[in-house]
Design a protein around this ligand. Structure first.
Ligand code: SF4
Length: 346
């Protein structure tokens, strides 16, 4: 069985290449074909000797993800369902925004965090993705869009809790940021967590400069315990201490995602608690309407959402009501269920 090309560090790739061809520039040639041009076959690398292309093709797999289904919503959001080599399924979503595209990538197959507003949670955790499986989602998006530069932002908000797959995530981020890899500015990358405190601390120590997003959803422990089990392990006081320690560049802000659920976390006092909680933090709050994945809950009406936003803004917080994208095809926040049998959760 061939190895996933994207699981190899540049050093490892260099070692493999030098076994076949000692010329030092070969590594840069291969990396350019794969990460810039999105080549999915060594035979396309026409500026390299045919024999070398054949040798590489025998040992390295450039297509470790098999596209099972692709669904596009009327707003242009594109959800892709992939099968990995062991049969497990993941989804990633390309979201069009103001003339550019954002890729929402997964870091785990399923998720074990149990957030009660989230479809992925219903699958449970199947397994962590390897760094190569994380990177392969980006290369699939580059191939789909035909150009690396068509992809502007990268958010790890797909299936799974990224900070519970830290080594693979850090390994992938190094290639994503590297000029010989995908060459993304760290400012264009966001890692989102439900509040896994040791992961926030480690990501801060790694000091990669990437943006941090927190799925917050409540300003008091009682409500947050109810909808996000992680809060019982790391309550708000502990979480906020960790967030305050995350290194920020000037003008960089922490993003707080707040999914508004009717009658659960949408009261005036909930908004006031958020104001108090985020005091002194360079913050941006994205208020998102709950995407119905459970019959028990629904989204509040627009009036309530606007009131919530106004309370935050009048206290000086930067707050947006984020337009949910891809709701019709089950690609919106909290809707990634990676269900192949019977189709995607459209
Ligand atoms: S919201 Fe994120 S962390 Fe929570 S269950 Fe869903 S995928 Fe997991």
């Amino acid at each position: 069985m061939k190895d996933n090309f994207f699981d190899k560090t540049f050093e490892e790739l260099s070692g493999i290449l030098s076994d076949f061809d000692p010329k030092p520039f070969r590594l840069d040639q291969v990396l350019r074909w794969v990460y810039v041009k999105g080549a999915d076959d060594f035979s396309r690398m026409t500026n390299m000797p045919k024999e070398l292309r054949g040798q590489l093709s025998d040992v390295l797999d450039l297509t470790p993800l098999r596209l099972l289904e692709e669904v596009e919503s009327p707003d242009g959001t594109l959800k892709s369902l992939f099968q990995m080599t062991d049969g497990e399924l993941i989804e990633s979503v390309i979201i069009p925004e103001d003339g550019h595209k954002t890729l929402c990538a997964s870091t785990q197959a399923g998720c074990g965090m149990g957030c009660s507003f989230c479809e992925t949670a219903t699958i449970g955790l199947k397994r962590n993705l390897s760094r190569g499986e994380i990177l392969a989602q980006i290369v699939c998006a580059v191939r789909r869009l035909g150009n690396r530069l068509a992809l502007r932002n990268l958010v790890f908000m797909g299936m799974g809790e990224p900070l519970l797959n830290m080594d693979a995530l850090i390994g992938a981020l190094e290639v994503i940021i590297d000029a010989r890899g995908f060459d993304f500015s760290p400012r264009r990358i966001t890692v989102s967590t439900c509040g896994w405190v040791p992961g926030i601390d480690r990501l801060g120590r790694e000091n990669l400069g990437v943006n941090l997003a927190i799925s917050l959803n409540a300003g008091d422990d009682e409500t947050r315990n109810r909808i996000m089990p992680v809060n019982r392990k790391y309550p708000l006081k502990r979480l906020m201490k960790s967030i305050r320690g995350y290194p920020l560049h000037p003008r960089q802000r922490i993003t707080f995602e707040y999914v508004l659920i009717d009658g659960v976390n949408d009261r005036i006092e909930d908004a006031r608690r958020i104001v108090k909680l985020l005091r002194g933090i360079p913050a941006k709050v994205n208020v998102i309407a709950y995407n119905r994945t459970s019959a028990a809950w629904s989204r509040p009406d627009d009036r309530v959402m606007n009131r919530f936003q106004e309370i935050l803004m009048s206290a000086g917080l930067l707050a947006t009501v984020r337009k949910s994208r891809g709701g019709e095809i089950g690609a919106a926040c909290g809707q990634l269920g990676a269900r192949a049998a019977g189709g995607m959760n459209a």
